[in-house]
Design a binder for this molecule. Structure first.
Ligand SMILES: [Zn+2]
Length: 248
């Protein structure tokens, strides 16, 4: 059960479809923002559960929703429809699987999950496709399995983002830190447990071949706004120096 996992800190049941009516009654509403051209953020105001917001990548070939928000209402659905609907729903890792089925059901979308983490989906989820390694979801929109936080932890590379300089949507896989000038890598964020050198190297090696200038984590902010490839590289090197005890 995901809530019993050492990496989790959600209140049990906090992201379930059955609580959505109660959340709406309590005054939560969809919070829809244009993040940059072609990228729409959809969260809740006030925030729900751990407060992550979804990111909708829109392309001429169709749209993909990344890290689905735990809150979905008519306004959220209308915003996605206005942006062209939804072909795929996927997530950086199982902590954001909570409402994935609700989002997929609303649009008849396909759910993409890494084979290594598919067991975290609730039984009965339909239209699920598993993948491993790298999956080009739409032209120039690519899921990259990085591991680390979870074996299937992933990022979504969007080549057209940042005015064509490339964007990573990283969730908790690559964790943007508050100063927006570095990133970190964690096994458990709430419990501040680190990753091994091999795991951090694995995350970096997975994204290194891709061109990206910007990284959006799991929340509205912080964001690594420019120079992100170099920043991720520098952060990984620094992290490993600390693990080895060679940081000065
Ligand atoms: Zn997480």
């Amino acid at each position: 059960m995901v809530c019993a996992d050492e990496r989790q800190w959600l209140p049990p049941g906090g992201q379930r479809w059955t609580t959505l009516a109660e959340l709406a009654a309590a005054g939560h509403a969809a919070d829809v923002r244009t993040v940059e051209p072609g990228l729409t953020g959809i969260g809740a105001d006030p925030p729900v559960a751990i407060g992550q917001r979804s990111l909708l990548v829109t392309t001429p070939a169709g749209n993909v929703l990344w890290d689905p928000s735990g809150f979905i209402d008519d306004d959220a659905v209308a915003a996605v429809r206005a942006a062209g609907g939804l072909r795929f729903v996927t997530a950086s890792h199982p902590h954001f699987y909570g409402a994935i089925t609700s989002w997929a059901d609303a649009f008849g979308a396909e759910i993409l999950v890494p084979a290594d983490d598919a067991a975290w989906l609730r039984a009965g989820d339909q239209r699920v496709r598993t993948w491993s390694g790298v999956l080009e979801v739409l032209p120039a929109v690519t899921l990259i399995q990085c591991g680390g936080h979870f074996p299937g932890s992933a990022v979504l590379h969007w080549a057209a983002g940042a005015d064509g300089r490339g964007v990573l949507l990283s969730g908790d896989t690559i964790f943007v830190t508050p100063g927006e000038d570095r990133v970190t890598f964690v096994w458990s964020a709430p419990n501040r447990l680190p990753l091994s050198e091999a795991a951090v190297t694995g995350v970096w090696e997975a994204v290194r071949p891709y061109r990206f200038d910007r990284v959006y984590g799991g929340w509205w902010t912080p964001v690594l706004r420019a120079g992100a490839w170099e920043t991720v590289q520098r952060s990984a090197i620094r992290y490993i120096e600390h693990l080895r005890g060679t940081a000065s």
